[in-house]
Design a protein around this ligand. Structure first.
Ligand SMILES: Nc1ncnc2c1ncn2[C@@H]1O[C@H](COP(=O)(O)OP(=O)(O)OP(=O)(O)O)[C@@H](O)[C@H]1O
Length: 276
């Protein structure tokens, strides 16, 4: 049976399938072939909160993020162990479909990737078609306005919704991608260095958007920018892969503690820019 927009949307009062969820990694290890890149990583990413994943290049942050919505398994040589729980249910349980995880756990990538020739309007609703969700014009109009508003783009594009997504600036394109992700009502939004291709003004705008969204959807963001991690996140996890060993979480905790009084000297060195 096909779902309709109204089934999952916040138009319905009270708790529903689209409420922010807690995501929990439990003893996650990952390999590419026989190269182990993560070892027994456990982390709770609470609902309604922004979690930043920080650490030097190559320590496994993106791999970890991709495991959180079952993208890791798309790489031929990739394998993993451990569990990923979405409000207590393992997204890797046998019999649970990959689309189930994808629909609830959205992803925004480093480089904005709207469909360039498709209109702004159709970009936002593109995920509905892919997910087999049926919606009438009125519902779609409402959804497009709602998602573009949440992504902080509505005022800039409301008069040109039929123009191609590729005609927007880089920062606007990234906010369009955020709107597209939101349109399927994810419970968690994963963001892999969403500002690394953007100028400082666009970066600020995306950070505001992250802040505004944090009440609506659980956010997990990978960033190399320590100031950004400090500005946008409620908690941080510091990943490290030392001397050819797999990546582990050295320390995690509230952002102010991670930056103000970290327990581990390596965390202090990293957040203060002494390596990485
Ligand atoms: N598709 C792949 N095939 C083989 N090895 C891979 C693949 N993707 C990542 N790796 C390896 O896994 C390890 C972790 O990479 P990953 O991209 O997760 O790190 P990262 O912390 O996100 O790095 P960066 O900050 O530079 O993006 C690295 O050693 C990398 O070379």
């Amino acid at each position: 049976m096909k779902a309709v927009v109204g089934d999952a949307g916040p138009r319905r009062a009270g708790p529903g399938a689209s409420d922010p969820a807690t995501l929990e990694a439990d003893g996650v290890s990952a390999w590419f072939g026989d190269h182990e890149v993560l070892e027994r990583v456990s982390l709770t990413m609470p609902a309604h909160r922004v979690t930043a994943l920080i650490g030097p290049s190559g320590c496994g942050k993106s791999t970890f993020l991709r495991i959180l919505n079952r993208m890791h398994e798309l790489v031929g040589s990739a394998s993993l162990a451990g569990r990923v729980l979405l409000d207590g249910e393992d997204i890797y349980d046998r019999g649970r479909r990959i689309t189930h995880a994808r629909r609830q756990i959205g992803m925004v990538f480093q480089k904005p990737n709207p469909f360039p020739a498709m209109s702004i309007y159709d970009n936002v609703t593109a995920g509905l078609k892919l997910g087999g969700v049926k919606a009438g014009k009125e519902d779609k109009d409402w959804l497009v306005e709602e998602c573009l508003t949440k992504a902080g783009l509505w005022k800039e594009v409301r008069d040109r919704l039929r123009q191609p997504g590729g005609a927007l600036s880089g920062g606007q394109q990234q906010r369009l991608c955020i709107a597209r992700s939101l349109a399927v009502r994810p419970r968690v939004l994963l963001m892999d260095e969403p500002c690394s291709a953007l100028d400082p003004t666009s970066t600020r705008r995306i950070e505001e958007t992250i802040h505004e969204l944090s009440g609506e959807v659980t956010i997990v963001i990978v960033t190399h920018n320590m100031q950004q991690a400090a500005r946008v996140s409620d908690q941080c996890a510091f990943f490290l892969a030392e001397q050819g060993t797999p990546g582990v979480i050295v320390e995690h905790g509230p952002t102010e503690v991670m930056f103000g009084s970290p327990q581990d000297g390596r965390t202090a060195d990293y957040v203060n820019g002494r390596f990485g």
